[in-house]
Write a new protein. Structure first.
Length: 459
């Protein structure tokens, strides 16, 4: 199987867009996401991830890493630090250019980013919430400041990184030398970024602390177009392969007036939710901006010498930069479905149709009855064997229908039920989440059967 082949679960048809409140509520109820510092009233735009959330995040990260680093011979990975030398952010242009224009309503005191205000409100200088008068626009830098050192007066002001990718340019030469890479090649990283967003909100969509994944692909200038198109298409296919609602994904070129200061050209991979079409990942033509600027500001020449032609040049860069948190949110919005009662499920159910690779729990092992010791010990034994291979949950609380629904709601792709027949012939029922179909398997066939369906270790 190749990476671009379609590996999504069965299509769910034309289901309505999921309201954000449903995902916020599920996330809290089932332990995916919690508001940070909730007992102190919370902090806007900052969240923590609970037991299921952390599993989902790890699965998302792992799959990205696998498809970007592990299977590409010309891509390697790094993990840079959040704090860097402050000059980095002058060189990168963030101190000067990483700004939003905001206006404040003189009546209700709400703040709005100018680029997010409806045109009519902008023209009439009117607050979209209360109709009050808006202030003059002000520039607001998004970088979060911090200080290194302990002695007052000697402390050095720097910034928490506003985009994770800067470490890649800083480590570029060390990677080149230590890993015997030659251009064209890429460096990947997953890591936290921080922005003092003027209007954080919409749950995980716009946060102040979030996680990005980046590929920075270094090329000869004459090959820029080719590699830009290559990664744009590949990333688009990647996102298409992890969602159910393919018609909600599109590629949109940036207008010249929305380009970031470092980009000559850009496309957004966008996904449609209740928030409308929104950016999921940016594909940026960064050209020689980064390595030239760091050469200039550091005094260290970052140009490259071609080992064969001896040509010396500053490599150009194709960037693909997406968000772990937006992937997390979009996957939940894409997968969530409330099914009405049917012949198969009389009460109806909420189901998360996550790809089995991403599902936080891969299998639940359920004894049919809690008060039959042999059923319980057999189920516990199966769970204890499976949990070494994948995330498994044992559950014997409530009737079997309710237990299935509990697992459907968190996206568990398989439930294994131990019943009276198990005690006679060592077979169990394997119930699959989406179609609710059931088959019987020998207990010793379970590990191979499940592993094949919940991991991406194929050739
Ligand atoms: N290095 C390029 C860069 O940072 P960006 O478009 O500003 O580009 C890349 O960010 C990705 O990071 C976005 O596509 C989005 O997925 C994610 N992202 C950006 N700001 C975010 C925020 N405030 N909260 C959550 N995710 C964010």
């Amino acid at each position: 199987m190749t990476q671009t082949e379609d590996k999504t679960i069965s299509s769910t048809g034309d289901t309505p867009l999921v309201p954000m409140e449903k995902i916020v509520s599920l996330s809290k109820r089932r332990g995916f996401v919690f508001p940070n510092s909730e007992i102190y009233g919370g902090v806007s735009g900052i969240y923590d991830f609970g037991p299921l959330g952390v599993e989902l995040r790890n699965n998302i990260r792992r799959y990205w890493w696998w498809s970007m680093v592990q299977i590409n011979d010309n891509v390697v990975g790094i993990e840079g630090n959040i704090i860097t030398h402050p000059r980095v952010w002058e060189a990168s242009g963030h101190v000067e250019n990483f700004v939003d224009q905001l206006v404040e309503c003189k009546n209700c005191k709400r703040r709005f980013r100018i680029d997010q205000l409806p045109v009519e409100n902008l023209e009439q200088n009117k607050c979209p919430v209360c109709g009050g008068e808006l202030s003059e626009p002000r520039l607001f830098n998004l970088m979060m400041e911090t200080y290194i050192g302990v002695v007052e007066g000697e402390r050095m002001k720097t910034y928490l990184r506003g985009e994770a990718c800067q470490n890649i340019y800083l480590d570029y030469e060390n990677v080149l030398k230590s890993s015997r890479m030659q251009i064209p090649f890429g460096i990947c990283q997953i890591g936290k970024a921080f922005r003092n967003e003027v209007t954080p909100g919409n749950f995980l969509f716009r946060q102040r602390e979030f996680e990005q994944w980046d590929l920075q692909f270094f090329v000869h200038p004459s090959e820029m177009e080719k590699w830009f198109d290559y990664w744009k298409e590949r990333r688009f296919e990647w996102y298409k392969s992890i969602i159910n609602h393919k018609d909600r994904l599109r590629l949109r070129p940036h207008d010249p007036d929305e380009l970031a200061h470092y980009a000559k050209k850009a496309f957004d991979i966008e996904y449609r939710t209740v928030l409308g079409w929104q950016e999921w990942e940016g594909i940026h033509w960064r050209q020689d901006w980064d390595l030239s600027r760091h050469s200039l500001y550091s005094g260290h020449d970052l140009s490259y010498t071609d080992p064969e032609t001896k040509e010396r040049y500053i490599p150009w860069i194709v960037e693909t930069s997406g968000g772990v948190d937006r992937t997390f949110l979009n996957l939940l919005l894409d997968a969530y479905e409330e099914e009405p009662p049917s012949g198969k499920d009389k009460e109806g159910r909420t189901v998360l149709r996550l790809h089995p690779w991403f599902a936080p729990v891969k299998v639940a092992v359920l004894p049919l009855q809690k008060n039959k010791e042999e059923l319980v010990t057999t189920a516990q034994d199966i769970h204890n064997r499976l949990k070494r291979l994948m995330v498994s949950q044992y559950d014997d609380v409530a009737n079997i229908g309710r237990r299935y629904r509990r697992q459907d709601e968190i996206g568990t792709p398989f439930c294994v039920t131990v019943d009276f027949q198990t005690l006679e012939d060592q077979t169990v029922t394997v119930r699959e989440r989406d179609g609710m179909s059931q088959i019987r398997l020998q207990i010793n066939e379970l590990p191979a059967y499940l592993l094949e369906r919940v991991t991406w270790n194929y050739s």
